[in-house]
Write a protein that binds this ligand. Structure first.
Ligand SMILES: [Zn+2]
Length: 443
């Protein structure tokens, strides 16, 4: 039963209390945890990278006396994890590490992250609060269709669901027929997976004559790949569920760093655990609230691998105005762009999410598409393959005008002429995890 201790939120639960901390208390807690984290990483990091960087910059852990002093600390980046593979950034003896996860890179060795028993508790609590923010409770049946394994998605959602006291169904990714059977037969009320995999599940369900609106499913927590507001509307309209954006990354903890609340307007960062900054990606300078830049995160309660000022490569901005849900934790705008995903086509910066938004505005298209980039006679070419939901007989004119509309939408969004190919329904490969939207053949 929902508690009514906070009149602002019908779903208030004692575990959510930190989300509503008064700001002076929250800032004091953050400062205390920041000082502890910096001191520990400075002294105990196996590779000594942070100590070396801080010494070079002439900064000592004791110099951190206000939250703004965080700006004096050096950044850390993804290659730090790779360069010190596998355990260089760990700050506890291996005997205290109870779990390892790894994320595969595009090249070479993966990055390895570790958790102490307390880290697992922190992570479970973060995920539990995320699920609460989406209106879930112990009465829910949560299907976890993220992959279980070295990837943090599956086990992260799993532990959070159990900590909430909900019934967790660990289907992992794949075997879509069985996912649909489980969803129906087990009375699943919420699902955790990538948004692209959910669109695949929904499509297959329709093929089987299963109407998701008639199942008990009411919410999805979707993450692990960028997706757009347009895609959210599409999912909500097609299936009748509420689609929430969840954010996280293995380097920081896994899923559970930030979550949308019932307002679905920005993601609350769990600020008692993760301290956010927005920087200019070129200069590294901290930007004022509201300005768009690269998200930088510092862990405030992580033991095995504390991360100081980690550059996420995700582009967003901080929203500091109060949220109607009453949470005091600041929000980040939905992340539509990762600097890693940026394609440079004919000298123009293009993000897959811009293409997605342009496509989703057109009626008659499925949410399945691919962007193929090639180079012909030294000139970049962008081709969009997108499925139409049904073939309009042989009305070639309709198809031609549909293509024109799509090309026009893309041109007005990114300023590039794209070749548009309408694909037959269900002809583009479906993903059971992160969708492969871009095929860059330029080498
Ligand atoms: Zn809110």
């Amino acid at each position: 039963m929902p508690h009514s201790e906070n009149p602002l939120d019908a779903h208030f639960h004692p575990a959510s209390a930190p989300d509503y901390l008064p700001l002076p208390q929250l800032r004091a807690l953050q400062l205390r945890r920041l000082r502890e984290t910096v001191a520990s990483a400075y002294r105990h990091q196996n590779c000594g990278l942070l100590k070396q960087r801080m010494d070079d910059a002439g900064v000592k852990p004791d110099d951190v006396n206000t939250l703004d002093d965080i700006r004096r600390l050096p950044f850390s980046v993804k290659t730090d994890l790779r360069d010190t593979y596998p355990y260089g950034l760990f700050t506890v003896p291996r005997g205290e590490v109870v779990r390892l996860h790894a994320s595969s890179g595009t090249t070479g060795k993966p990055i390895v992250v570790g958790y102490t028993e307390d880290d697992i508790a922190t992570w479970s609590d973060a995920m539990r609060r995320c699920l609460l923010a989406c209106g879930l409770s112990r009465d829910d049946v949560i299907q976890v269709s993220y992959g279980y394994g070295l990837f943090t998605g599956g086990l992260g959602a799993h532990y959070g669901g159990e900590a909430l006291g909900a019934t967790v169904v660990p289907t992992s990714g794949g075997n879509t027929d069985r996912q649909i059977m489980v969803m129906q037969d087990f009375g699943v009320t919420a699902i955790c997976c990538t948004p692209s995999y959910f669109t695949h599940i929904a499509e297959k369900a329709a093929d089987f004559g299963v109407d998701i609106r008639k199942t008990r499913l009411k919410a999805g927590m979707f993450g692990a790949e960028p997706w757009t507001e347009a895609m959210r509307h599409r999912i909500q309209e097609d299936t009748g569920i509420r689609a929430y954006d969840i954010y996280g990354l293995s380097e920081i903890i896994g899923p559970g760093v930030a979550i949308e609340c019932s307002e679905q307007n920005g993601l609350h960062i769990l600020e008692d655990y993760f301290y956010p900054e927005i920087i200019d990606p070129e200069t590294g300078e901290v930007l004022p609230d509201g300005e768009e830049g690269e998200l930088v995160l510092t862990t405030l309660a992580k033991q095995a691998i504390p991360m100081i000022r980690y550059r996420t490569r995700d582009i967003t901005s901080l929203m500091t105005e109060p949220c109607a849900c009453g949470r005091s934790m600041r929000r980040i705008r939905r992340i539509g762009r990762r600097s890693d995903d940026m394609m440079i086509i004919r000298g123009v910066n293009v993000y897959p999410s811009q293409i997605e938004a342009a496509l989703m505005r057109v009626k008659g298209l499925s949410p399945h598409y691919q962007i193929i980039v090639t180079r012909e006679s030294g000139l970049d070419q962008m081709e969009i393959q997108v499925e139409i939901t049904e073939l309009p007989g042989d009305r070639m004119q309709d198809l031609e005008s549909l293509k024109k509309t799509i090309a026009h939408n893309i041109f007005s969004t990114v300023g590039i002429n794209a070749k548009v190919n309408l694909a037959e329904p269900k002809s583009i490969a479906r993903s059971e995890g992160k969708a492969k939207r871009v095929i860059d053949k330029r080498g």
